[in-house]
Design a binder for this molecule. Sequence first.
Ligand code: NI
Length: 136
Amino acid sequence: MNKIAIVRCEHFNAAHRLHNKNWSDVKNKEVFGKCNNPNYHGHNYDLEVKVIGACDPETGYVIDTKILSNLIKDKVLDRFDHKNLNLDTQEFKDLNPTAENIAIVIYDLLAPELASGLALKIKLYETPRNYVEYPY
Ligand code: NI
């Protein structure tokens, strides 16, 4: 059966600081630049969640968008929206909250919730010009 992708676009705002505690302040500033600001800073993240699979013969859906939207709200937005990722979340207590790591965490939160046979891809924009994809 032909596979098709459905994409749900979502948005969240969050603060973060990129920092490696094993490095000196100088090296952190050198590598992470403005994203190392000790008092944090925010990004407007745009999130695209792509689900790939065959259409259910009874509904014609890969996944009901209402179900997908609720899933993203429960697992991702309620967890990260308007949060300081470093201070307010378990996921980034010991993990640098780069766009790369955020995308992988989001994938790991959503993937187990999907029916078997459905594949998942995450695209996360940290700025309109920078985004990451996982898996690529
Ligand atoms: Ni940043």
